[in-house]
Design a protein around this ligand. Structure first.
Ligand code: ADP
Length: 962
């Protein structure tokens, strides 16, 4: 029992279930009892009702049977019909059956009395009255019948009918009584039900009260406490409900208390934590402030960088100086929000660009670039800012005092030199230190830009120099990249490729550049294959290729060299060499061989033939003389031929020496004509002299050779004879000589080659005419050595004219000049520095002969002293002097360094072949020993004359020959 109680005490839910369960049990039991009672009531009423209704039915049947019998009897008696009589008796039976049934159902005293009376009446009626009547009737005793009826028959029937009625009434009353009882009892049952319901409600209320009491109060206490906690009121341990209860509430209270404790504990730790957090927050706030500062600085830096970037973006990428400067000024002004500004490069031209400035302002600035204000920039190399009042011209319509801020910035090069200066003005406000600092950063960028530009200009210059160098090279040079595109080309190459300018070839593809060359070459396809094989197949080992340009009469040899950079092939360099000369030389060699063999053999065969004749045969003296004359002439011809060869050889190697003097051309030509006349009878010679200035400075023999060659050709190549005219005339400052004939003439295509060695015009008319092709080549060489020129005009079958021109020697002809020369010679003082006694004596004799005053000196030192003292008109200086520490070079240097002596002409006379060095050191002429002493006199004289006349130093004509 005790266990059971504790079982319920531990759980509030169990207690609740127990109470609710008890309530249900009571409710079910009560309700069942009530409804059963109700049912019993109804059942007993139904039973009673059935009984009464049964009795009523039987009573009805009995009444009916009697009433039928009464009517049947009357019917029989009235109508004498048998069936009525039979029916009477049938009804008797029915009445009897009804009575029996009623007797069985009878319950009350009334029923039994009625049954008794009915039975008595039945026995009277059917046993007595009816038979008597029927008998009477059948016997016709109607009186009796009547009497019977009157004597009581009718009365008893009526009495019975009354009894019957009364009984039926009592039955109805019984039924009513049963109803009434039933409703009474039902009323009682309803009342009982209502009472039961109230009872139940009361019970429920009691349970609810218990529950509220058991849960509500402690819950309210808890809620109150929780509210207190929620409102942050202090709750003490004591305030917490202490209950011994073991159920859920008890446990809840317990848990609540624990919770409270733990909350309080936690709160304390939270408070501590909170304090810590507050401290941390303070720290964070400090940090945040720092970060904000840093952010601000960063944003400022970012803006600065943006402007910087803007500036750099804005800078022109062009390499054009003016464009770059302009973009610098424009962008700087934009970044600075300046209203005007200017940049000036510190180069010689003071290149500048300005923004918002008038040309006058710019000019003024440029004029005073180096004034005190800007000087500061050059000295300190630091920017500075000025604030000044706005000048009236700048003010516009403003009247009040206004200020403008100028910033001066130097642009420093890598070597910290002021490369350029920048000046900007701002009306809007002052320049802060930060801004100026920022601009200094920008000037670095400007410096880079300027350097880039300079670098570009230098590269461009270098490129141009390279191009110039390339252009000076005689060969056509062409660098082609691996895809065959033209990269570098020189002028000569452009000519070969038939382009007007080098620029046309810039980046030209193989097809573009090669076409011109291939079209004009005689080896189009093979040349094309050659170039392609090298460019596209890298076939670099190919031998040089030779092609002809028929139109240009050129022979070109091309070779290719691959160009590598870091081991990788960059392309190919083609060198097109003009080998026309070599080619012609080769050709000439073969021509030479054939000519020589022919030209030598002819005289040799006559020499051999005639000597053989003379040796083998006895000849008459006249014959012998004739033969010997022929032999002599042929031998002379051979000698002349060989001399021609040697002359050409000498002239070409520069070894031919000329003994130049002032000579009269007319006499030379007259002599030549005289000797040439002998060889012909069919030509007429005419000499036309149209000028008096016929003197030339030249070698008589060589000049004679020139005219001999020309006149002999005129004879040779006019086989039908005709006039041969030699005309001497002046043209400009030149003396010209025409040698004209009326012979074969020269085909036009031969004219350019006429003066090359061994060249002979090859056609049938002149094959018979012998020759070596050297005559005109010799003419050209000699004329060249006399600073002359030779030209030819010709018409086929009409004749040719060869024209030679020499520099006009004016003074040599006039009396005045001749006197002048004598004067010079008479007064001119020459010092000879020569250690070889014999040579010195020879030179002295020659110069004295020519009328100079001469002094000899052997040593260098001595020479300098003497020259200083005497200031001669000319010095003849040997280089290798006895005294070794002072050589001729030293003397020369010393003299040229001395202002007083530097003008004295110096003729070096040396065995050393160091002409270049001598001329470079300032010598006026260089004679290589051995030379003819007369040459020295002539040189000195010429030099003095020239110096006098033109105030210039004279370089003698024969210089090259030495
Ligand atoms: P060569 O007379 O020995 O053949 P040159 O050098 O004197 O050699 O002449 C070269 C060529 O020029 C000659 O072969 C000749 O065909 C031509 N020639 C020179 N002078 C004349 C001339 N006066 N008239 C026609 N042809 C000339």
């Amino acid at each position: 029992m005790e266990k059971m109680r504790s079982y319920f005490r531990q759980s509030f839910a169990r207690q609740f279930i127990l109470l609710v369960a008890s309530f249900f049990i009571i409710f079910v039991v009560g309700a069942t009892a009530l409804s059963m009672y109700q049912a019993t009531l109804v059942t007993s009423f139904e039973k009673k009702k059935n009984q009464i209704e049964m009795k009523m039915k039987y009573a009805q049947e009995i009444e009916q049977a009697f009433n039928q019998a009464f009517s049947d009897a009357r019917g029989y008696l009235a109508f004498n019909r048998k069936e009525f009589k039979l029916s009477i008796f049938r009804e008797q039976e029915n009445a009897q059956t009804g009575l029996d049934a009623l007797e069985l159902a009878a319950t009350t005293k009334d029923d039994k009395q009625f049954i008794l009376k009915a039975r008595q009446f039945a026995s009277y009626y059917f046993g007595d009255l009816v038979p008597e009547a029927i008998e009477a009737f059948e016997s016709g005793n109607i009186q009796k019948v009547l009497s019977l009826s009157e004597n009581g028959g009718t009365a008893s029937i009526e009495q019975f009918q009354f009894q019957m009625k009364t009984y039926k009434q009592s039955l109805n009353d019984q039924l009513d009584g049963a109803f009434r009882q039933l409703s009474k009892e039902q009323q009682i049952a309803q009342t009982a039900f209502i009472v039961f319901v109230f009872l139940m409600l009361f019970l429920l209320a009691a349970i609810a009260r218990i529950m509220t009491k058991k849960i509500g109060a402690p819950l309210r206490a808890l809620a109150h406490m929780a509210e207190k906690i929620a409102n942050d009121e202090q709750v003490h341990n004591n305030d917490v409900i202490h209950t011994a209860r073991e159920d859920e509430i008890g446990k809840l209270a317990q848990a609540f208390r624990k919770m409270l404790m733990s909350i309080q504990e936690k709160e304390e730790s939270l408070m501590a934590h909170n304090e810590e957090l507050l401290a941390q927050q303070d720290e964070l706030e400090v940090q945040q402030a720092e970060l904000e500062q840093a952010l601000e600085a960063m944003q400022a830096r970012e803006r600065e960088l943006e402007r910087y970037n803007d500036f750099i973006q804005g800078l022109s990428n062009s390499l054009d100086r003016q464009e770059v400067l302009h973009s610098i000024v424009f962008n700087m002004a934009r970044v600075m929000e300046a209203d005007r500004g200017m940049i000036v490069l510190m180069n010689e031209q003071k290149t500048y660009a300005a923004f918002g400035l008038s040309p006058y302002g710019v000019e003024q600035f440029l004029t005073y670039v180096y004034n005190g204000l800007h000087q500061r920039l050059f000295e300190q190399k630091k920017p500075f800012v000025l604030k000044r009042e706005v000048a009236a011209s700048e003010k516009g319509y403003h009247e009040e005092t206004m200020f403008v801020h100028d910033v001066f910035l130097p642009v420093l090069s890598n070597e910290s030199k002021v490369q350029a200066i920048l000046v900007f003005s701002r009306f809007g406000g002052p320049f802060s230190d930060e801004e100026v600092h920022e601009y200094v950063g920008l000037t670095k960028q400007i410096s880079i830009s300027l350097q880039k530009m300079e670098l570009y200009e230098q590269t461009e210059q270098a490129r141009e120099t390279v191009q110039h160098i390339l252009n000076t090279v005689q060969e056509g040079i062409h660098f082609v990249d691996r895809d065959g595109n033209s990269v570098i080309v020189n002028k000569q190459m452009a000519d070969l490729l038939q382009k007007e300018t080098i620029a046309e070839l810039g980046g030209a593809s193989y097809e573009q550049w090669a076409r011109g060359l291939i079209e004009q070459s005689d080896a189009g396809k093979t040349l094309c294959d050659y170039l392609r094989a090298i460019i596209f197949n890298g076939d670099e080992e190919r031998e040089p290729f030779v092609y002809h340009l028929p139109q240009k009469r050129k022979v070109i040899q091309v070779y290719a060299k691959p160009l590598y950079r870091n081991g990788e092939r960059q392309g190919t360099v083609f060198v097109h060499r003009d080998i026309t000369k070599e080619f012609e030389v080769d050709q000439m060699k073969s021509e030479f061989v054939s000519t020589v063999s022919h030209e030598l053999r002819t005289p040799l065969s006559s020499v051999l033939g005639f000597t053989e004749l003379m040796l083998t045969k006895e000849l008459k003296p006249e014959r012998q003389k004739k033969y010997l004359t022929t032999i002599y002439q042929e031998a002379k011809r051979l000698t002349a031929l060989i001399n021609d060869f040697l002359d050409v050889q000498r002239m070409e190697s520069g070894k031919q020496t000329y003994d130049k003097k002032y000579e009269d051309l007319v006499s030379i030509i007259e002599n030549v004509i005289e000797t040439q006349k002998v060889n012909t009878t069919i030509h007429q010679f005419r000499l036309q002299k149209e000028t008096d200035k016929t003197t030339v400075l030249g070698d008589r023999d060589k000049l004679a050779q020139v005219f001999t060659n020309l006149i002999s050709n005129a004879i040779k190549y006019s086989p039908d004879g005709g006039n041969i005219t030699v005309r001497i005339y002046e043209r400009g400052n030149r003396l010209c000589v025409d040698v004209q004939d009326e012979g074969l003439g020269i085909p036009e295509e031969a004219l350019p080659h006429l003066f090359t060695k061994f060249y002979r015009v090859d056609n049938s008319d002149r094959r018979r005419i012998g020759g070596t092709g050297l005559g005109l080549a010799i003419v050209k060489e000699i004329v060249k050595a006399h600073e002359g020129e030779v030209a030819v005009t010709s018409e086929l079958k009409k004749g040719s004219t060869f024209t030679i021109s020499f520099p006009l020697v004016v003074m040599a002809r006039s009396r005045e000049d001749e006197r002048d020369i004598d004067d010079k010679q008479a007064h001119a003082h020459v010092i000879i520095v020569e250690d070889d006694e014999n040579l010195a004596a020879l030179l002295e004799a020659e110069l004295k002969d020519s009328g100079f005053r001469v002094k000899l000196v052997k040593e260098g030192k001595e020479a300098i002293e003497l020259i200083q003292k005497e200031k001669p008109d000319a010095v003849v200086l040997d280089i290798m002097l006895e005294e070794h520490d002072v050589s001729g070079w030293d003397v020369l240097k010393e003299l040229k360094q001395n202002e007083e002596l530097a003008h004295i002409p110096i003729i070096i006379s040396s065995a050393l072949e160091e002409r270049e060095k001598g001329m470079a050191l300032g010598a006026n002429s260089y004679l290589v020993k051995p030379y003819q002493p007369s040459q020295l006199s002539k040189t000195i004289l010429q030099m003095l004359l020239n110096k006098e006349r033109q105030g210039e130093i004279f370089v003698p004509l024969n210089e090259e020959a030495n």
